[in-house]
Design a binder for this molecule. Structure first.
Ligand SMILES: N[C@@H](CCC(=O)N[C@@H](CS)C(=O)NCC(=O)O)C(=O)O
Length: 205
């Protein structure tokens, strides 16, 4: 059965899923949800995504309306076990970063970019503070080891990558965090890597 991604190019949440699908070599259908036209709030789309959010990932009858949940699903169903270790400690280490990808990444890099690149009304000072807090932590972790959650790449790295890569679009400079820059480049060397689109072409957060 074909898998389908309801997608929007500039969405980092959607990019996480595209990136992982590409790395594990899974083919899928893609349907663009034009967020600029507000298609994510259409009643028809809300039947799939009650919150009216992008991305939505569908495999047969199973609908997933969250990027990190889709990564977990794909890692278990289609990926090599290394992407999501099954032992208690290994799984918790990955989950720690999946939570950050939905929490600190949203409150920092996502909102800084949404405010400055897409002129959304956000608390930019708050977003900048969150970015600093997050990047200080990531820098310390990544100065100690190559990957975020294990001694190899996991879905933690996939989930964290997309919005950190384009945080300069929120006017945040990564040069004080050399270990993060090194890690971004390491993710980009993974076989099957697919880049996060830049905002120049316009779009939503
Ligand atoms: N928890 C969701 C969040 C997805 C999300 O916030 N998507 C944004 C676009 S990148 C969105 O749809 N925003 C519109 C809204 O929340 O109303 C995920 O990880 O996929």
């Amino acid at each position: 059965m074909t898998m389908k991604l309801y997608d929007y190019p500039r969405s980092g949440h959607a990019h996480r899923i595209r990136l992982f699908l590409s790395i594990i070599g899974e083919s899928y259908e893609s349907e663009n949800v034009d967020m600029q036209k507000g298609e994510h709030k259409d009643p028809e789309y809300r039947k799939l995504s009650p919150l009216g959010q992008v991305p939505t990932f569908v495999d047969g009858d199973f609908v997933i309306t969250d990027s990190t949940a889709a990564l977990v699903y794909l890692a278990i169903k289609h990926g090599d076990e290394r992407w999501l270790p099954r032992d208690a400690e290994g799984a918790a280490r990955v989950q720690r970063w999946l939570s950050a990808a939905s929490g600190e990444v949203y409150r920092g890099p996502v909102l800084a970019r949404a405010g400055r690149q897409f002129a959304r009304p956000v608390d930019l000072e708050g977003a900048d503070r969150e970015c600093k807090r997050l990047f200080k932590w990531m820098q310390a972790e990544l100065a100690e080891r190559t990957w975020l959650a294990a001694d190899h790449a996991t879905i933690a790295d996939i989930a964290m990558y997309s919005y950190v890569r384009v945080v300069d679009e929120g006017d945040i400079d990564l040069s004080p965090y050399p270990a993060i820059v090194r890690w971004l480049e390491d993710v980009e060397k993974l076989e099957g890597f697919e880049p996060m689109p830049r905002a120049e072409a316009g779009g939503a957060k």
